[in-house]
Design a binder for this molecule. Structure first.
Ligand code: PNW
Length: 479
């Protein structure tokens, strides 16, 4: 293997998200987010749980920071709960000082321990009041003003304490899982067995348009009013898996692979780097895909200081022979976990969508780098669950060889992209610092490099993989 290396000042650490770890949903004035509401609906969360306690990080943030330090992390990516800071969410609604203070205390604690904070403004927990008031991002005009005001409150409060800002985590998940499939909050879908509300043919495209334009507004505001004095960078985080043709001798499958990348990644990244949606999406969706006005396009184009990349796995892609349905969001193709020969993408994990394929990471980094003119990339999430982990005895959980191997292979693949393919990647946040509330999968699926003992007072115990990650970066980051 080529001797791979990463820059000496490479930023590595761990990621989490507010609703997945904090608990304390009603303490110190926090109001419901759409996830609090969604969890109350029977049947939505696999084990019937919610984020009411989670990792109890609202009370244990000092423990979290001590853990990060113990693990040798240089940075920590966390997210801010909008409804903790502005409980009702809107631009004329009051700011909740106590909620804001929690994040300031967290950031101060990180600095006191030499750990660089990276803050996500929105990791899916939209204030429920805004969803009820006007449909959240379904109402572009109202939503943008509220999101911009929320961001302003945050930027003013943090000043130069935070130098890495992420506007949104995974607009694909927000939109497709929340407004098309209905698997995530707010659960909108055309599938009437799942929900009486929703239109999967229209809503996902509208929601993303609002998210992108609001991202553009917030970036402009940050650059105009804060960047010079606070010296930070701002970008959006996009998820995306690698693709391989189901039949490599079938040109239509090869073509479908590119289309899949466009429908899941270029949907956002093309507007951000080039100013418009990909032609393949316009072709399939016609007028259902909103159009950027000249002003919107100018606002969104060039709005990333860095590309936040979340990446977990790969899929085989097979083209469809039939016309796309109005609900199709993938580009009229099948996503498969085996190819024509029956070869799996990788080993099974606890997450039905996740089978590791480390070389896909390198290839996708190069694809992004080539398509968008070598942007600076920060990997903002990468990690895995482990089949049956929750049912294992604790000693076995702590010996998570499968996850350690995953990180070894993926971090090596990333370092190859940097060393061999000249990809400009400057940071990597593993998902996740600790086991947490895995959304619709509840607590059965664990993603942490740290075991959280939910029955034993949320105590944290680092697993083997935490040591592996530190060793990898300590040996790779050098001049
Ligand atoms: C990401 N999929 O979500 C999120 O950013 C995290 O909050 C989450 O815990 C983590 O990955 C692990 O799931 C995803 O179905 C959820 O393809 C689902 C998918 C992808 C990403």
């Amino acid at each position: 293997m080529t001797d791979v290396k990463l820059p000496k000042d490479f930023l590595w650490g761990y990621a989490t998200a507010s609703y997945q770890i904090e608990g304390a949903p009603h303490e110190d004035g926090r109001a419901d987010s759409i996830w609090d509401v969604f969890c109350r609906k029977p049947g939505k969360i696999a084990d019937g749980t919610n984020g009411d306690v989670a990792c109890d990080s609202y009370h244990r943030y000092k423990e979290d920071v001590a853990l990060l330090k113990q693990l040798g992390a240089k940075a920590y990516r966390f997210s801010i709960s909008w409804s903790r800071v502005i409980p009702l969410g809107g631009r004329n609604d009051p700011v909740n000082k106590a909620g804001l203070q929690y994040y300031i205390d967290l950031v101060d604690e990180l600095h006191a321990n030499g750990i660089i904070p990276m803050a996500t403004l929105f990791h899916w927990d939209l204030p429920a009041a805004l969803h009820e008031r006007y449909g959240g991002p379904l109402n572009q005009e109202e939503y943008i003003q509220d999101y911009v005001r929320y961001a302003r409150v945050i930027f003013e409060a943090f000043g130069s304490k935070v130098k890495h800002w992420i506007t949104y985590n995974e607009p694909w998940c927000i939109s497709i899982l929340g407004y098309s499939v209905g698997q995530f909050a707010p659960g909108h879908t055309s599938n009437r067995q799942k929900n009486e509300i929703g239109d999967s043919s229209i809503e996902p495209w509208r929601v993303v348009h609002s998210l992108l334009v609001s991202h553009g507004h917030v970036v402009k505001m940050y650059r105009d009013e804060f960047k010079a004095k606070d010296g930070g960078q701002i970008g959006i985080t996009l998820n995306g898996d690698w693709v391989m043709p189901w039949d490599e001798n079938e040109p239509l499958d090869v073509e479908a692979c590119e289309r899949k990348l466009e429908f899941s990644i270029a949907w956002f990244a093309d507007p951000v780097y080039k100013g418009d949606y990909p032609a393949s999406m316009r072709k399939q969706l016609g007028d259902r895909l909103p159009k950027f006005t000249a002003e919107e396009s100018a606002l969104v184009k060039g709005s990333n200081d860095f590309y936040g990349m979340n990446h977990y796995c790969a899929n085989y892609i097979r083209h469809k022979k039939t016309e796309p349905t109005p609900e199709d969001f993938a580009g009229n193709l099948d996503l498969l976990l085996e190819n024509k020969e029956g070869t799996p993408v990788g080993p099974e994990t606890q997450s039905p969508w996740l089978q590791p394929c480390p070389q896909g990471f390198r290839k996708l980094m190069k694809w992004i780098s080539d398509r968008y003119g070598r942007p600076t990339i920060i990997v903002t999430e990468n990690g895995t669950s482990l089949k049956g982990e929750n049912d294992m005895p604790v000693e076995q959980i702590l010996q998570d060889d499968f996850r350690a191997q995953y990180f070894t292979d993926y971090i090596n693949a990333m370092a190859q992209a940097v060393t061999i393919d000249n990809v400009d990647c400057r940071g990597y946040m593993a998902w996740s610092l600790m086991d947490n509330f895995e959304w619709a999968e509840g607590y059965e699926t664990r993603f942490g490099v740290t075991y959280v003992d939910y029955q034993g007072g949320q105590k944290r115990h680092p697993k083997k993989s935490a040591k592996t990650v530190a060793e990898l970066f300590n040996s790779m980051c050098r001049d």
